[in-house]
Write a new protein. Structure first.
Length: 98
């Protein structure tokens, strides 16, 4: 991905949930250096990711302790961080609309 918007969201999260920091940094580095053209490309690298409608993908962070939702624009190679939180907070939202 040429651009990931907004890393600050991840940083603010790991400042509160310090056990997620290394996992989120690893996800960021992988995503930043990827050339994903479709959800299938993402799924090949992150087998446990869930593909949603509207170009959203849910990533399980730290063994599914946390959920990260990212909206992709594969053509422009942009990734928009839409949500990061605990698994229980994830269950309270509409993941394909956030």
């Amino acid at each position: 991905m040429k651009r990931i918007i907004a890393k600050r969201t991840l940083k603010e999260f790991w400042e509160i949930h310090s056990d997620s920091e290394q996992y989120l940094k690893t996800w960021y580095d992988i995503a930043k250096n990827s050339d994903w053209k479709s959800p299938n490309d993402v799924k090949r690298f992150f087998a446990n990711a869930s593909i949603l409608k509207n170009n959203r993908v849910v990533f399980n962070i730290k063994g599914n302790s946390y959920r990260l939702i990212v909206k992709f624009n594969y053509e422009k190679q942009w990734a928009f961080i839409r949500f990061i939180s605990t698994h229980s907070d994830y269950d309270k939202i509409k993941a394909d609309e956030i």
